[in-house]
Design a protein. Sequence first.
Length: 572
Amino acid sequence: MTYLYNDPAAFSEDALAGFCDLHSDTVRQVPGGAVRAARPERPKVAVLPGGGSGHYPAFYGLVGPGLADGAVSGNLFTSPSAQDACSVAAAAHSGAGVVFTYGNYAGDVMNFGLATEQLRARGIRAESVVVTDDIASAPADRVDERRGIAGDFTVFKIMGAAAEEGLDLDRVVRAGRKANAATRTIGTAFAGCTFPGAADPLFTVPDGHMGLGLGIHGEPGLRDVPRPTADELAAEFVRRLLAEKPAGAGDRLAVLLNGLGSVKQEELFVLWPQVAGLLRASGHTLVRPEVGELVTSLDMAGVSLTATWLDEELERWWTAPASTPAFRRGALEQRTAADPEHAVEDEEFGGPRFAASTAASRSLAADLVTGIESVRKALVAAEDRLGAIDAVAGDGDHGRGMVRGIEAANAAAEAALRAGAGAGDLLATAGDAWADRAGGTSGVLWGAGLRAAGETLGNTSAEADTAGALDAFAERIAALGGARIGDKTLVDALEPLRTRLRGSLAEGRPAALAWAEAAHAAQTAADATAELLPRKGRARPLAERSLGTPDAGAVSLALIAHTVAVRLQEEE
């Protein structure tokens, strides 16, 4: 467990601040993460790995010459927001473009995708490389559904070296995708990790067993099997990786034996000889293998084995020098400049700009602030319950993420009201704050949905077009997340909510009664998700485990709908 913290909710921010202070000669903290303290002498592609915190030395421990130019850091196991990604990119950009690289998780894909769009709109070339190395999370014919785990490091290292050579953005992206296509990882967990301040780990493993096929966000293994000896585990790992050897691959391998947080270095050394011997016996030559902790999961007791099949250029980049706080290889001459003309220093990406509004709309905005505060109280009270539901087949962060989101939205809404915003601008501003603070999949969905609802609501009407705003909210979420009824997501509760609300209003029911009926429909649908197998998100690889447990996103949406209904009834 984690013993040292102040406010558990601020653990990630506190850790990042401490890291940047300790290594202030080589890195500097910026909103959303960290970048190199010194800028390159001439424009070069900025390689920016990122994702949730809890994986040190990934991601900010890898910032330095020969590897990353910056790192985007979210809350524990939670995708950083698009705003954070833009902030880090603006600070790291030196004129040759930026490339985000991250594991294949829905929240990361959404947030970094939005950041890429925003950067391009500002005239900064931006691309993404998604890592999909986890062979346990999807079969070989569905590689694009696989998670990114410890293979992240190999891809980051190769991309960083390619950028350091001076390759342009397209060729750095090609190098990263080529490395990803050649990389495979298998992992196992002996015990789950524990969030700061939590009494229990996110999952447990039966005595004498291990969870084969773990994720790095606190997800349990895909199945529990009897715990083997070190040699038996090595044989199982190697067998599974060799069975996934890419077609046409050669016989030279980059290998990473990675500890997840609580497996000691000596234990990895015990495992290594059998791993190395079996790989060599299969006809492979090991090239600069690494044994240690490079992609962790807080204090998880686990280990993973990564193999990357190398050709001539991949090997050149894999063996190239690098110098970061957490990883060093060889000697690298660092050529820097104090202030290149292409730098974009901590550029602001957007900000609240309120349109003219009517007094009636501002009055409606005041009602919205009261409602948002009611939702905040309800989510705070439900935080632990939502986290426990999410931990069954996910990473257990849904409750914390929803609380972070609603608290940010509440503060932003209050500030917008004081600044004279109308109802539409207030709701859109609250959504932006939710997405920025919460990060993750739920953060970007709720943020985008609230913005769409606010844009539909506008700043002139005295009456809220509730059904229209809810339609816009649902349509934006469906378009962004791609989920449908039956996928075991919040959409399973959202669609019945808006359908029943529109129907009740059309039948002439008062708003409070219409919302009560719609909230009941949402709750019934949320409960029914317990019988579904997830087809989206982090829970998908652990589909069988989630059977019998409702979807956390659907439950939280139903809770919010119920809170709104109660609030309207109190007003009437």
